[in-house]
Write a protein that binds this ligand. Structure first.
Ligand code: URA
Length: 213
C-alpha cells in the first residue's frame, strides 16, 4: 500500500544526480533543481566552480544577492574578502573549488533590497546531495567549511565553529577537513575588532594551506 509522504520523506536532490557524474553533468542537472521551494524565488542555481580536481574545496552557506544575479559563488563583498584572505596564505582563488551547501539564494524583501535569509534544515537536507556529489567528483585533499551552516551540514549538527574552528576534524569527506567563520561575519564585525578577526580567519586558512603544501 502506498505510504503517505511526510516530512521524513521530503524531497531531496538525490533523484536528480546521475551515477558517477562529471562536474559538468552535475552543474547541468542542478540548473533544473526544484527539490525545495527556494528555486522559485531565485534567479538561477548557483553551482560550485573551480578546477575539476582542485586540491582545496571551500564551502559556504548560500549564494547572496550578487551571486544569484551572476550565477557564480562568492563574487560579492564576502567573496572579495575571501579572495584577499586566500591570497594572504598564498592561495589563488581560481586554484580552489568554491561552492555552497545550498545552491539557491534565500531572501526576504526589505524595501527594494533582497536580504539574505538563513536556509532551513529541510532546505539544507534537500540540497545536500549536490555538495556530496561535488565532493565525490572533485576529491579534494582539503575542505574548508566557511561558517556554521556549512560546518554543521557537513560535520554534524553538534559542530561548534566558535570552539572547533581552525583545527582539522576527522571526516570521511576528505583527508583534511576544517571549519572557520564565514567571511560575511568578518564584514559584520565591529570596526575595532575587524582586523583582528580577519587575522584569525587568515590563520585558520593558513592551517589549510599547510596541509596542501
Ligand atoms: N555567502 C555564501 O555563503 N556563499 C556565497 O556564494 C556568497 C555569500
Amino acid at each position: 500500500m502506498p505510504r503517505k509522504a511526510g516530512p521524513a520523506e521530503h524531497d531531496t536532490a538525490a533523484r536528480l544526480i546521475p551515477p558517477r557524474p562529471s562536474l559538468a553533468a552535475l552543474r547541468e542537472a542542478a540548473r533544473h533543481c526544484t527539490a525545495c521551494s527556494l528555486y522559485a524565488g531565485a534567479t538561477q542555481t548557483v553551482f560550485g566552480e573551480g578546477p575539476a580536481h582542485a586540491r582545496l574545496l571551500l564551502v559556504g552557506e548560500t549564494p547572496g544577492d550578487q551571486e544569484d544575479r551572476s550565477g557564480r559563488p562568492f563574487v560579492g563583498p564576502a567573496g572579495r574578502l575571501l579572495d584577499r584572505c586566500l591570497a594572504a596564505v598564498g592561495i589563488e582563488r581560481d586554484e580552489a573549488y568554491v561552492t555552497n551547501v545550498v545552491k539557491h539564494f534565500k531572501w526576504t524583501p526589505r524595501g527594494k533590497r533582497r536580504l539574505h535569509a538563513k536556509p532551513s534544515t529541510m532546505e539544507i537536507r534537500a540540497c545536500r546531495p549536490w555538495i556530496e556529489a561535488e565532493i565525490a567528483a572533485v576529491k579534494p585533499k582539503v575542505i574548508v567549511c566557511l561558517g556554521a551552516t556549512a560546518a554543521q551540514a557537513l560535520l554534524g549538527a553538534g559542530f561548534r565553529v566558535t570552539r572547533q574552528r581552525g583545527a582539522f576534524v576527522p571526516s570521511a569527506l576528505a583527508p583534511h577537513v576544517l571549519a572557520t567563520v564565514h567571511p560575511s561575519a568578518l564584514l559584520r564585525a565591529e570596526p575595532e575588532m575587524r582586523e583582528a578577526e580577519i587575522a584569525r580567519f587568515i590563520a585558520d586558512l593558513q592551517v589549510a594551506a599547510k596541509a596542501l603544501a
